[in-house]
Design a binder for this molecule. Structure first.
Ligand code: ASP
Ligand code: MG
Length: 410
């Protein structure tokens, strides 16, 4: 008999029919003898609807009150699922985050879990009940309702699994696992049987939307066995594991991630003197803008060009800040570009193989795709390219690293 935490996302509980289907599924596991803690999201679209209501009252709603509103979506689904289980003769009970006592800090809308009281849940499990917990929410030390950031139900699931030392945390969603890349872009993309936490973290940070980044971090830190599965299709899903040895047979690259979230800014003709990078990026971080990739060219005539990327939402603000810096530094000019995309190859296999980056550049060159910026870490290589070549680049790399699924009949 295993203790399993199962998290169902918004589309999996998006209607009464879906909730009934989830109840059937949970009952099957229960009948097989597993102890179950179920974590739910709000019905798909509900959290957005609630945020929209708040925005109709105020552009900048007080975050404490916003959390009171947006935590209600999950309170609805947990009660509905508990009812559906009871209707099927499965004893069940629902709890909000505060009722469990998922203690968080007081950073409304991005709260971090500090501690989980497992007493109530353990008692219920002992008495044979399925426990249904609202994802995405907690309570601070003063009793205020908090939320964990968008997509936060994944984190609730993983945190509960860690606290209860569950045998597995299963994340049920509308895809049947983690893919080598987005199947909407590459039809030959394949489901991965396994991926390491590190790789998953890179994939999530680089734009793959299967799991919330913080949930993966949490699972890696507490070594919670995590599996991504389709809510309503049978299949093994993808196991996210700590064990690199077990995945030795994997290809060098596990996946290709991409995003269109960034914009590029360049300041030309800045003096090539100590402290210039700080003078450029200090005010940017002072404006609370995060910088991702950075390139500084080799100096020529004692001046250099300095380029970096920020989130597209921060582009206008960053441009403003940079224009001011340009005046201060007597730079030649500031240019920006929002029509860029970032494409990354990710794989722990890179550690033990040479020439991975050059193979990437070769594949892009063959399709005449110009690389504007490059950054690397131990297990990834990212490039910035012109946005219109994004899909072409992803397909070329997927083929170059032999990730394409064999075609039917081969
Ligand atoms: N309902 C929340 C959201 O839409 C949390 C979640 O679904 O994980 O972000
Ligand atoms: Mg979600």
């Amino acid at each position: 008999m295993a203790l399993i935490v199962q998290k169902f996302g918004g589309t999996s509980v998006g209607s009464i029919e879906r909730i009934e289907q989830v109840a059937d599924k949970v009952k099957k596991f229960r009948d097989a003898g597993d102890d179950l803690v179920i974590v739910l999201s709000a019905m798909s679209g509900e959290t957005n609807r609630l945020i929209d209501l708040a925005k109709q009252i105020s552009d900048q709603p007080v975050t404490r009150e916003l959390d009171v509103i947006i935590s209600t979506g999950e309170q609805v689904t947990i009660a509905l699922l508990a009812m559906a289980l009871i209707k099927r003769g499965v004893p069940a009970v629902s709890y909000t985050g505060a009722q469990v006592r998922i203690l968080t800090d007081s950073a409304h809308s991005k709260a971090r879990i500090l501690q989980i009281d497992d007493q109530k849940i353990r008692n219920d499990l002992k008495e044979g009940r399925v426990v249904v917990v609202a994802g995405f929410q907690g309570v601070d030390e003063h009793g205020n309702i908090t939320t964990l950031g968008r997509g936060g139900s994944d984190t609730t699931g993983v945190a509960l699994a860690a606290a209860l030392k569950a045998d597995e945390c299963q994340i049920y969603t509308d895809v049947d696992g983690v893919y080598t890349t987005d199947p909407r872009v590459v039809s030959q993309a394949q489901r991965l049987d396994k991926i390491t936490f590190e790789e998953m973290l890179e994939m999530a940070s680089l734009g793959s939307k299967v799991l919330q980044i913080r949930a993966v971090e949490f699972a890696g830190k507490y070594n919670v066995p995590l599996r991504v599965l389709h809510s309503f299709k049978e299949g093994p899903g993808t196991l996210i594991t700590i064990d690199e040895e077990e995945t030795m047979e994997q290809p060098i690259i596990s996946g290709i991630a991409f995003n269109r979230d960034e914009a590029k800014l360049t300041i030309r003709g800045v003096p090539d003197t100590p402290g210039v990078a700080f003078k450029i990026l200090g005010p940017i971080s002072g404006a609370n803008i995060e910088v991702d990739m950075i390139v500084q060219n080799v100096a020529h005539d004692n001046t250099t060009d300095f380029t970096f990327t920020v989130h597209r939402n921060d582009y206008q603000a960053a441009l403003q800040v940079l224009e001011n810096t340009a005046v201060e530094l007597a730079a030649r000019k500031v240019v920006g570009d929002t029509k860029i995309a970032k494409v990354s190859i990710v794989g722990v296999g890179m550690r033990s193989h040479a020439g991975v980056a050059s193979r990437m550049f070769e594949a892009l060159a063959k399709d005449n795709i110009n690389i504007q910026m490059i950054s690397t870490s131990e297990i990834k290589v990212s490039v910035v390219i012109e946005e219109k070549y994004l899909e072409l680049a992803v397909r070329a790399l997927h083929t170059a690293f032999e990730l394409d699924a064999p075609r039917q009949g081969e």
